[in-house]
Design a protein around this ligand. Structure first.
Ligand code: DUC
Ligand code: ZN
Ligand code: ZN
Length: 470
């Protein structure tokens, strides 16, 4: 038996493929032993009655991002503190290239903010806003080689939108470099048109599902044209889900991601967007839809249309001059900073709505919240499972614990949670990062800086089908 630093005894181990009663032995930060009885470790945790699951991997969070015209409430310290309290051990935030600037320099800027300040392990996706010949020909290939193996592109927003020609150029580069492209699918012109007309009429529903569906179809068509796999992120309802399912049924490598807000919030929450009520607290894009959309998202989850379930944690303050209620946003809904905090509640809400209500199995829960993120983004098998040799990133989970989500128990820096008063069953009890207990009963035990930067492999899911040669 290897010398063990830690034994987790008496729990039920859950992976994306199995639910097994066994003990876990950890040595040097890695899983060293899975056995009926593990004894003789330097430290022992009694996990009787608990689930022992891979730590959550949230592959869609925004931290310290300079965008959307406001200051983000969470930097790397508070954002990853919130992540770890929610049972996560890895996050993948974004390094955004401001237009006209070097992508490499932007990545270095984010490293300066993150390195030494994270409670969980982390990597970066790149946001490409300015795909110049030197970005496509030199910077992106070198960055992919350096472990930044995925990029996000936007089909909307004045300061980030790529036109169709630019999208194709980024897709072509991704195909060549074997990187995975994440696409924000909402059509720029349709949104702009609607925003202007609706603003004049004092109505705030400027991003209906049809703009998401149109953009998803366009992105899928471009991806098919070049035979490049893409991930369509933050899918909000039936329209875009059906586009992805249609593409998958055609054999295309089109992947889908959905998020907590699309199974638990609705457009009703957005009422009061003229800021006399609390609607701004729920502004994110795509916006939450209606209860029928929750059913469509569950259909996509259970049918395997969605590979990943993320938070899209994009935290702004509600109060104050730089938050949702900033003076400009009071003049029109279009200026309300776009995004909500959610990294800490992703696992409890999916567990409660999915596992406890019988919609998904425990294995599927682990796949959606951890394993598939690792596989999609080049971190597997080091991350995302409980098997010999994996990093010992583990959440001990009480499946019966009832909690009410409240701002006062959150660990993020922002001043509200959109899920205030939301009741869940299932809660993280301890979070273990590479064999160290870093959070217990909401108490952060480790120090910022314990999180390490993860250089990622190329994703096997980014390999083209080989059907066409552009
Ligand atoms: N897209 C995101 O991924 N997050 C927040 C806002 C947005 O447009
Ligand atoms: Zn987006
Ligand atoms: Zn996002």
């Amino acid at each position: 038996m290897p010398d063990l630093d830690l034994a987790i005894r008496g729990g039920t181990v859950v992976t994306a493929s199995d639910v097994i009663r066994c003990d876990v032995g950890i040595s040097g930060g890695r899983i060293a032993l899975l056995a009926d009885q593990v004894t003789g470790a330097a430290q022992t945790i009694d996990a009787a009655g608990l689930l022992v699951m891979p730590g959550g991997i949230d592959s869609h969070v925004h931290l310290a991002q300079r965008a959307y015209g406001a200051r983000m409430a969470d930097g790397f310290e508070s954002g990853t503190r919130s992540a770890i309290a929610g049972g996560n051990t890895t996050v993948i935030p974004f390094a955004l290239q401001p237009r006209g600037e070097s992508l490499r320099e932007s990545v270095m800027d984010y490293h300066r903010l993150a390195d030494g300040n994270c409670h969980v392990d982390y990597a970066f996706h790149l946001i490409v806003t300015d795909p110049t010949p030197s970005v496509l020909g030199q910077e992106l290939p070198a960055l992919v080689d350096d472990g930044y193996t995925s990029f996000k592109v936007f089909m909307t927003y004045d300061d980030m939108v790529l036109n169709d020609r630019q999208l194709l150029e980024v897709f072509e580069c991704a195909r060549r470099e074997r990187a995975l492209v994440m696409v924000h699918c909402e059509g720029y012109d349709a949104i702009k048109f609607m925003t202007e007309r609706l603003e004049a009429a004092g109505n705030a529903v400027s991003r209906p599902e049809i703009v998401e569906r149109e953009a998803a179809h366009r992105a899928i068509s471009h991806a098919e044209l070049l035979d490049v796999p893409i991930m369509i992120v933050h899918v909000s309802g039936r329209e875009a889900m059906e586009q992805i399912r249609w593409a998958q049924q055609r054999g295309l490598k089109i992947y889908g991601e959905t998020c907590t807000q699309y199974i638990s919030l609705t457009a009703e929450d957005l009422k009061g967007l003229n800021m006399d009520e609390t609607g701004g607290k729920y502004v994110c894009s795509p916006p939450p839809r209606d209860r029928a959309s929750w059913d469509a998202i569950w259909e996509g989850i259970t049918q395997g249309v969605f590979a990943t379930f993320s938070s899209d944690h994009c935290p702004y303050f509600y109060e104050g001059g730089e938050g949702k209620l900033n003076p400009k946003s009071r003049t029109s809904f279009r200026w309300v900073p776009n995004g909500i905090p959610g990294v800490e509640v992703r696992l409890p809400i999916l567990f409660s709505e999915g596992v406890v209500k019988g919609r998904i199995t425990l294995e599927k829960f682990v796949a959606l919240t951890s394993t598939n993120h690792a596989k999609m983004y080049g971190l597997y098998p080091r991350k995302g499972s409980i098997a010999i040799g994996c990093d010992a990133d583990i959440v001990l989970w009480d499946p019966n614990r009832k909690e009410t989500i409240r701002q006062e128990i959150m660990h993020h820096a922002t001043d509200y949670t959109p899920w205030e008063g939301y009741e869940v069953t299932g809660w993280p009890v301890q979070t273990i990062l590479r064999g160290q207990v870093v959070c217990e009963e909401g108490k952060i035990l480790g120090a910022p800086g314990q999180g390490r930067f993860l250089k990622r492999e190329r994703s096997p899911f980014a390999t083209p089908r080989g059907a066409a040669t552009p």
